[in-house]
Design a protein around this ligand. Structure first.
Ligand code: ADP
Ligand code: MG
Length: 747
């Protein structure tokens, strides 16, 4: 059956060569009960390992069933072991965290038998070795003798032709040793049993051949009894491990050692929390940058607001508004969209009061005034202001009935500023500590006032170019030159310009020349073709233009009131829809689009400044996430490696019992997959408890606010991939060395 011809085995160890055995010649037949003896270090174990294909040899020839094996690959030896060999070790090599039943069953599961097929067989074998009453006991709780009987049961169940036992009684008392040897003898019938022992007397009566080794050589090889060689060698059958069995083992391994389960759980929980909170904190930054981004144009950032324009870029008509207002989810439409996003600052000279806030049409005011009344005249306003604000901390009367002036920089150059009278005050409790003063102050003004204000704003938001003599001149913020002013002294279709404009023409005459005014802003584009009807000087300024303030308005282009309105009073190119509930936003958006409108929720609106920051944050987020994942991977790999180190023996055992590298990896994969999933979903449950307010943890609330389902899924996938990579790395390490080497290092 097995034949060695001048076989030698050397160990190479850091440049040193040690001899396992040298020039062994040996022939072993089926049916033999071979006993090998010799002092420690004489090469017995090495010989057994080579014979059982656990270790390689360096010289000579080994024949298995008359087949030379020098060309055998690792896979061939694996097959050989699975078909022929069952090992029994001095240190039992059992899975301590498994029960007796599970240990015996393990070989069968690894060799492709179905669970249902093996049950009776396992029970029968356990019965044979006399451990039925312990079948559900964990192996760690058994005595040495009992453990070795489990190992024998395990060797028996596979029904291999060869059983190799390396000092099976080495750790046992004499009574147990006797049991074990007797058991081996029983098993031995028709098989080839090779036993290493120091205790010759115990085995003498059974042995058919006794081999003595000394210093790596066989010094005696004595056949005591003749054996009948069976005609045919029955190979042990095996197939690939079934998927179900891999899962069975993976699940079993997840839970069989509770401290290990908890440690892994803690590591995976840590990864989960780290990943999710990192991602959430970035989403939060992104969200804030986003908000900051569109603050530039949109001050009213209500979640309920949708900005609408007509797809054909024409102005809204009354019918359009009617259609929109009919939509069920629409609360109201703000036609003068511009004013929603504008702020006003006003000041009162006498007391030095300065107020700053959003302007809204008075009809939007709801609730009760703290003091005063609603506006009645164009220049009257109501102020809604936090009650602990400096200027009103002693009561609404501090600002009520005071006369203010508008203080926006550009307003200096516009038509005469109406004085503003505060006729009503509403004080309210401000809860949002992050909201800075001013942003939470609101002015409610009359419609007429808003109209004028809008014209002013439109001019301010617009790029205004005037074409004199084929050349464009642009109006600049804070400078009166080329600014457009309305005047009732100018006829429609004409313009009055400063006499300085004469210099723009070759003939030094502006009068009767063509003047084209072009304006463009984020809402619309327009142009006006005019004829210069007159020019003004400092002296004639007020007389010709009707404006009293030459110093602030010199250089401005005066046009007819109606022409002015046609340029700047165009609220209806863009409006805003407010929905009843944030939830209705998407649905309403779709409905508006069906009406031929372009509709964008203000929260989706990004202006350029914001976009760049967002882009940077996105790249940064990606980089940090990748770095974090790598760091987490290595940290957790090292921790998991330490946790799993105690499992090296287990995986080596699997290997010796016939599991391939892939099998081991898959079984570990499954274990880590289950564990990481449990950790992940525990955390999700924890999050949900917060969502439904059973728990109330601030940190979790942030996660909830800033992570979407997509991101939860993404993080889960990352976690699973990480656990998969960890398992791959770990199993690669195990398989770097031969099974027997790993085993010897660990035990
Ligand atoms: P026995 O089982 O008879 O006690 P071994 O087969 O274990 O003897 O060892 C035979 C020889 O091989 C000894 O000299 C031992 O030092 C050497 N040896 C065994 N295993 C290794 C190893 N992994 N690396 C280096 N030398 C080894
Ligand atoms: Mg030994």
């Amino acid at each position: 059956m097995l034949k060695l011809k001048d076989v030698s085995k050397f160990y190479y160890n850091k440049g040193l060569i040690a001899t396992g055995f040298t020039k062994i010649n040996l022939e072993l037949k089926m049916g033999e009960f071979v006993v090998i003896t010799g002092e420690s270090g004489s090469g017995k174990s090495t010989l057994l390992n080579v014979l059982s294909g656990l270790d390689s040899y360096e010289e000579g020839e080994m024949y298995i069933n008359d087949e030379e094996t020098s060309h055998y690959t690792e896979k061939d030896f694996e097959d050989y072991r699975r078909k022929y060999i069952a090992n029994i070790f001095q240190s039992f090599n059992l899975v301590n965290s498994y029960t007796v039943y599970q240990n015996v069953e393990l070989v069968m599961l690894l060799n492709g038998y179905k669970k249902s097929q093996v049950k009776q067989k396992v029970l029968d074998i356990i019965e044979k070795v006399g451990l039925t009453e312990f079948k559900n006991t964990k192996v760690s709780k058994l005595s040495g003798g009992q453990k070795q009987r489990v190992a024998i049961a395990r060797a028996m169940i596979k029904e291999t032709p060869i059983i190799v036992a390396d000092e099976p009684t080495g750790n046992l008392d004499s009574a147990s040793s006797k049991d074990v040897i007797e058991l081996l003898k029983k098993v031995a019938k028709d098989r080839l049993v090779i036993v290493v022992t120091h205790n010759i007397e115990q085995v003498e009566e059974y042995a058919t051949r006794i081999i003595k080794m000394h210093d790596g050589r066989i010094i005696e090889n004595k056949e005591i009894k003749n054996v009948e060689v069976p005609e045919k060698v029955e190979e042990s059958k095996y197939t690939k491990i079934t998927i179900a069995n891999k899962y069975r083992l993976g699940i079993r391994n997840t839970f069989n050692i509770i401290p290990k389960f908890l440690l892994l759980f803690a590591v995976f929980l840590f990864i989960t929390v780290a990943l999710l909170s990192e991602y959430a904190s970035f989403s939060q930054t992104e969200y804030e940058a986003n908000k900051a981004g569109y603050n530039v144009f949109f001050r009213d950032l209500s979640e309920e607001r949708i900005i609408i324009k007509k797809k054909d870029k024409t102005a809204f008509t009354k019918e359009d508004y009617e259609k929109i207002e009919k939509l069920e989810t629409v609360k109201y439409v703000v036609k003068d969209d511009v004013t929603l996003d504008s702020n006003i600052s006003i000041y009162e000279e006498e007391m030095g009061i300065y107020l700053y806030g959003d302007a809204k049409e008075e009809s939007f005011f709801d609730g009760e005034l703290t003091a005063g009344r609603m506006p009645e005249k164009e220049n009257e306003i109501v102020v809604r202001i936090p009650k602990d604000y400096y200027y009103v901390r002693n009561g609404a009367e501090q600002i009520l009935n005071k006369e203010f002036r508008r203080d926006n920089d550009y307003s200096k150059y516009t038509r005469e500023n109406a004085k503003i009278l505060v006729v009503g005050v509403k004080l309210y409790e401000e809860n949002d500590m992050f909201n800075y003063y001013g942003q939470n102050t609101t002015f409610y003004v009359t419609n007429e006032y808003l109209n004028k204000y809008r014209e002013e704003l439109n001019q301010n938001y617009s790029k205004i170019k005037s074409l004199f003599a084929g050349k464009y001149y642009e109006s600049q913020q804070g400078n009166p030159y080329y600014r457009i002013q309305p005047s009732d002294k100018v006829a429609s279709g004409t313009a009055i310009v400063s006499n300085e404009a004469n210099g723009l023409f070759k003939d030094y005459k502006a009068k009767n020349k063509e003047l084209k005014i072009e304006i463009e802003n984020i809402y619309y584009k327009d142009e006006l073709n005019l004829k210069v009807s007159n020019t003004y000087t400092k002296n004639s300024f007020t007389r010709i233009t009707g404006n009293k303030d030459y110093d602030q308005n010199n250089g401005a282009i005066f046009i007819n009131e109606e022409d002015y309105k046609s340029l700047f009073n165009k609220s209806s190119y863009q409006s805003s829809v407010f929905v009843k509930d944030e939830k209705d936003l998407e649905e309403t958006k779709l409905k508006l689009e069906e009406l031929g409108l372009s509709a964008r929720p203000v929260k989706d609106f990004k202006v350029n400044e914001g976009k760049e920051i967002l882009q940077i944050i996105k790249i940064f987020k990606l980089v940090v996430t990748v770095v974090l994942i790598l760091a987490l991977f290595f940290i957790s790999y090292f921790i998991i490696r330490i946790i799993l180190k105690s499992r090296n023996v287990y995986f080596t055992t699997l290997r010796m019992l016939g599991a391939t590298n892939k099998n081991v990896k898959r079984i570990l994969d499954i274990e880590l997959f289950i564990n990481s999933s449990i950790a992940y979903f525990s955390f999700i449950i924890f999050i949900l408890l917060n969502k439904f307010e059973i728990l109330n943890i601030e940190f979790i609330k942030t996660l909830l606010k800033f992570l979407s389902l997509r991101e939860y899924i993404l993080m889960y996938i990352i976690l699973i991939i990480m656990s998969w990579l960890i398992s791959r790395r770990f199993s690669k390490r195990i398989f770097k060395k031969s099974a027997i080497k790993t085993y010897n290092e660990e035990v």
